[in-house]
Each structure stands twice: as structure tokens, then as C-alpha cells.
Design a protein around this ligand. Structure first.
Ligand SMILES: C[S@@+](CC[C@H](N)C(=O)[O-])C[C@H]1O[C@@H](n2cnc3c(N)ncnc32)[C@H](O)[C@@H]1O
Length: 362
């Protein structure tokens, strides 16, 4: 800059605050890597219920190198994830175990870190996307990408979908009990659909996805659960039929990252019976950027996810609609489903800070 007078006006305290603010993001990124290691190597699971342990004791339990464990333990305590009990002993509290160790807890979060290296890895390819406009397909993250999404979203399905969400939908549970035909479009690893199939053995359940990695996970999860009333379909060649035969359709966290959600929404309308129900879960987002800025504490994280993953996937074809993580707001949802022919729209709140839920009917 030719005019250097701006330097005289610089508020040094604000510079310091900005430096600390920025350093916090570097800290978050690095500590995320440490959480990834704790999950991958089973350290949180080993510490869960073990009481206060030293690095030597953890080394004995895990067969890992004491010096490396000591550094990791001290870092975890410094980050407030483990508690330091004195005498070189570290403990995973019961509350922290619900977030970091217990895969069946509704608060479990560590699973979402399992695709961190792949998510960070694609950043190298994004400058090209900023030039061309073309993003990366969902499968660019490899098998770990599908696994990370599955583990991040599964806790809510495990804890809340069947007991909390389904009974709130008009007439859906009685239809499921009687043997409804169900589809989950953008089913990912199939956790939600398998949960429904287990709870309602009379129901005929179909999952549709375009990701080879997600579909492979879905087949694995189906085999593990031993359910017979679920089939998964590759929507690339075996899309949901337009025969108005489905009683209940779900889409969980996928419309915003589809390249072309408009034809998928039309296909759902054509697949659903006239008295059927569609449950949409999508990212909780305010109608405007300004509202997200002021009222949405998850906005910085969600914009980052969007550039790395969701908007990238939504821009992965030349005609991509590009909604992105925060793009399927309630007004957008109302407009898009209304254009496809749906006439009834009801919002639900199922105590999930990440998602908004819409019950949509023809
Ligand atoms: C964020 S994931 C959510 C997966 C799953 N619903 C869950 O909650 O775990 C989005 C999924 O939508 C899928 N998807 C994207 N476009 C699709 C399309 N046109 N048809 C079906 N699935 C699609 C992706 O492959 C991905 O598995």
C-alpha cells in the first residue's frame, strides 16, 4: 500500500486480540488431530471407566509407547478433555466419556473426527475449484469420508429417531406397525433406515444413495444388524420408482449437498402415496447470512464444512445447484417442496442443535 498512514491508526490491542483469535483456530485444528488419534487408537475407550491412570499404566494397557502417550495425555489435559488428578495421573470423566468414548451415547462426537485427515487432504485441491467453480464429488473423501459422516450423525438416529421423532409425525407410526413401504433417500451408511427396519419388522425399507462407499457401509451395517426387511439401491441406475407406492420417505442431511436436489424432490413427490409423509432433516440455518452471523453459533464450522464438503459436492457438476451446508433454510425448503407439488409443511424441533425437521405431505 502506497499510503502508510493507516499504520499510525492501528489499535495494537485489537491486533493482539485478532492474533489470539486466529491462534485459537490453529489450536482447534491441532487438537482435533489429537482427538482423531485418541479415537483411532482406542485411547478414550481404554481410559473409559479406568479411573486415574499414568502414562506407564496406559502404555501397559495398550501396548503403546509410554513417551508418546505421556505427551498425548498432557496435551489432552491441557485442552480440558482429560482431567489431571496429580501424581502424573489422568482421568477421562464419565461426562467426557459420553462425548469421546461411548459410541452409543447421544452426545458422542469423536466418531466425526475419523475422516479429518481426508477432509483436510482435499483442501489442496480446492484452489482449483475456486478458479473453475467445479467442486469435488461426495466420494472424493474415500471410504473414510462416508464412515465419518455416518459416525457423526448416527448418535441422534440411535437415540431419538424411533422414540422421539416418528411418534411426532401424523399417523406414521401406525402405518409402520401395519407394514408401510419406506424409503430413505441419501441414506448414507443406512443407520437411520436400519433403526426403522428393526423397530418395525413389518415395514419394507429401501435406501437410495449414489456413493459407492456409503452403500458399501450400508450393506455392512445391514449384515451386522441382521435385518431382512431392508434393501439398498444405487440411485445412479436404480433410483426411487415414480409409482406413488411409498407411505413414508426420509431425507437426512443430504438435500443441501446434492448437486441437483430439485429433480430428487420431484422424484420423492412422484414416489409418495397421496396420503404419504416425507420427513426432511437438514442443517439448522437462519434465512439470511446476517441472522446466521448474529444468532447461529455453529455458522463458522458450517461454512467451513460447506467449502470442504457440502457446497463442494453441491457444485460437483457443471449444473450443480450449489446450496451448501447452510443453504437449505426453511424459506428455501418451503419454496422447493411447494414447487414440486407438496402442499403441507410443518416444522418440528427435536432438540438437535444441528438439524431442523420438516414434515412434508402432498
Ligand atoms: C451428509 S450425507 C448423509 C447420509 C445419511 N443420510 C446420514 O444421515 O448419515 C449425504 C448423502 O447424500 C448422498 N447423495 C448425494 N446426492 C444424492 C442423490 N442425488 N441421490 C441419492 N443420494 C445422494 C451422498 O452420497 C451422501 O451419502
Amino acid at each position: 500500500m502506497a499510503d502508510e498512514s493507516y499504520k499510525a491508526q492501528i489499535d495494537r490491542e485489537k491486533v493482539q486480540q485478532m492474533a489470539e483469535h486466529t491462534m485459537g483456530f490453529l489450536g482447534g485444528a491441532v487438537i482435533s488431530g489429537m482427538i482423531y488419534l485418541g479415537d483411532k487408537m482406542g485411547l478414550y475407550r481404554t481410559l473409559d471407566g479406568a479411573g486415574p491412570v499414568t502414562s506407564d499404566e496406559l502404555a501397559q494397557k495398550t501396548g503403546l509407547h509410554e513417551r508418546w502417550l505421556r505427551e498425548w495425555l498432557e496435551g489432552q489435559a491441557a485442552a480440558g478433555l482429560l482431567e489431571y488428578k496429580g501424581n502424573r495421573k489422568f482421568e477421562l470423566s464419565a461426562e467426557a466419556a459420553m462425548v469421546l468414548s461411548n459410541e452409543n451415547s447421544p452426545a458422542f462426537m469423536a466418531g466425526g473426527f475419523c475422516s479429518l485427515p481426508q477432509q483436510m487432504g482435499v483442501i489442496e485441491r480446492l484452489p482449483e475449484s475456486f478458479k473453475t467453480g467445479l467442486g469435488l464429488p461426495y466420494d472424493a473423501f474415500g471410504p473414510e469420508g462416508a464412515r465419518g459422516v455416518e459416525r457423526f450423525l448416527a448418535p441422534w438416529f440411535q437415540a431419538h429417531l424411533v422414540p422421539r421423532a416418528l411418534p411426532a409425525l401424523d399417523g406414521v407410526v401406525s402405518k409402520l406397525e401395519a407394514g408401510a413401504k419406506v424409503a430413505d433417500v441419501g441414506c448414507g451408511g443406512g443407520v437411520a433406515l436400519i433403526k426403522v427396519a428393526e423397530a418395525f419388522p413389518q415395514a419394507e425399507c429401501h435406501g437410495y444413495d449414489i456413493s459407492e462407499y456409503a452403500l458399501a457401509r450400508a450393506e455392512e451395517n445391514k449384515a451386522k444388524a441382521g435385518v431382512q426387511n431392508v434393501a439398498f439401491h444405487d440411485a445412479n441406475g436404480d433410483a426411487i420408482p415414480d409409482d406413488k407406492s411409498f407411505d413414508f420417505i426420509t431425507t437426512f442431511d443430504c438435500l443441501h449437498d446434492m448437486a441437483n436436489p430439485t429433480p430428487v424432490i420431484q422424484a420423492i413427490y412422484s414416489a409418495l402415496k397421496p396420503d404419504g409423509t416425507w420427513l426432511i432433516a437438514d442443517i439448522h440455518s437462519m434465512p439470511t447470512f446476517e441472522e446466521n452471523l448474529e444468532q447461529n453459533p455453529l455458522a463458522p464450522l458450517m461454512y467451513g464444512f460447506s467449502v470442504m464438503c457440502c457446497m463442494s459436492s453441491a457444485m460437483s457438476t457443471p449444473d450443480g445447484e450449489g446450496l451448501g451446508t447452510l443453504g437449505f433454510t426453511e424459506p428455501v425448503a418451503r419454496r422447493m417442496v411447494g414447487s414440486a407439488g407438496f402442499s403441507r409443511f410443518k416444522r418440528h424441533d427435536f432438540d438437535n442443535p444441528i438439524n431442523a425437521y420438516y414434515e412434508v405431505r402432498p
